[in-house]
Design a protein. Structure first.
Length: 305
């Protein structure tokens, strides 16, 4: 059912360039999404579903998971926050064997640990292989969360990544907007993004950038995605199918990157025992080698080589 593990990100989860949100109560959008090139779908039981339709969505998502047991893309489910009664009812989807749970509005890594305990019991009850359902928290949506992004290291083996959001935290802070007049995120949201990236690196899991809200602006999306990748993020949330190919391209190594990375690996292989080598007028050391190896791993994973 699950895709093969990848040595990237500590072997915790196959890396995902794109994770596409799909409303859990829309049969049309669910069926359309399975043909998407997204590396993962997030079947949503939270914000995209009206409370009056949540129970309908639970049944539809469970049926969808069961009918797509042989899958080429990962299927994740965003449940409601653990602080709400809806969360435990949402977890009936465990019976369908999702690849993971996206957990919104967390306060700290303690929420991940609590969800992991629930999953352990539910996997036993539903006959799902132990430990196969991963967790990605949306790690910046509450005021408390901004002070706890360093708590995820070693919290639970199910942790596969961290992502962030700027909308819910803005509402929680009472902000009228999360952006400055020039369109840039205001300071607190820049900090949230940076802490999410750093927290993911500290926990050795995948850092996944938040969504780009204007799905009618492909140029803006591409610039945003490329800037996120340059900063260190390795994937991004999509809210519309039209965003997926742009995100995939932005987070895939280019032919130029692959060519350079091969030369870096080759020059180190040709000089065993050396910690520093020269290549085309540049001095390279171990961090350059590790980055080149990582680029080649990604390129192989996504068919660029």
């Amino acid at each position: 059912m699950n895709l093969a593990e990848n040595p990237l990100n500590g072997g915790k989860c196959t890396p995902m360039r794109s994770m596409l949100f799909v409303p859990g109560d829309s049969e049309r959008k669910l069926e359309k999404a399975i043909g998407s090139p997204a590396d993962a779908l997030i079947l949503d039981l939270e914000d995209a579903v009206a409370p009056s339709r949540t129970e309908i969505a639970r049944g539809m998502v469970l049926d969808y998971l069961r009918s797509h047991s042989e899958r080429q893309q990962q299927l994740w489910v965003r449940i409601n926050p653990l602080s709400t009664p809806a969360a435990l009812r949402d977890l009936r989807v465990v019976a369908g064997g999702p690849d993971g749970i996206v957990l919104p509005k967390v306060r700290s890594a303690a929420d991940v640990v609590q969800l992991a305990h629930y999953l352990e019991a539910l996997e036993v009850r539903e006959g799902v292989a132990q430990g196969t359902i991963r967790i990605i928290p949306v790690a910046t949506e509450t005021p408390q969360s901004l002070f706890s992004l360093g708590t995820y290291e070693g919290c639970n083996p199910r942790l596969a990544g961290l992502t962030w959001g700027a909308e819910d935290i803005a509402a929680a802070l009472g902000a009228s907007t999360n952006r400055r007049q020039n369109g840039e995120y205001d300071t607190v949201y820049q900090l949230a993004r940076a802490y999410c990236l750093s927290g993911a690196a500290a926990a050795d899991v995948q850092p996944i950038d938040t969504m780009y809200g204007d799905f009618g602006d492909p140029e803006g999306l591409e610039a945003d995605a490329r800037a996120a990748r340059q900063a260190g993020f390795t994937g991004k949330i999509a809210i519309h199918p039209a965003q997926v190919e742009i995100i995939n391209r932005s987070f895939s190594p280019s032919p130029e990157e692959v060519s350079w990375s091969r030369r870096v690996v080759d020059v180190f292989n040709s000089n065993p025992g050396l910690g520093t080598v020269g290549l085309e007028g540049k001095m390279l050391d171990m961090p350059h080698l590790k980055q080149a190896q990582r680029v080649l791993q990604l390129a192989e994973r996504f068919g660029a080589i």
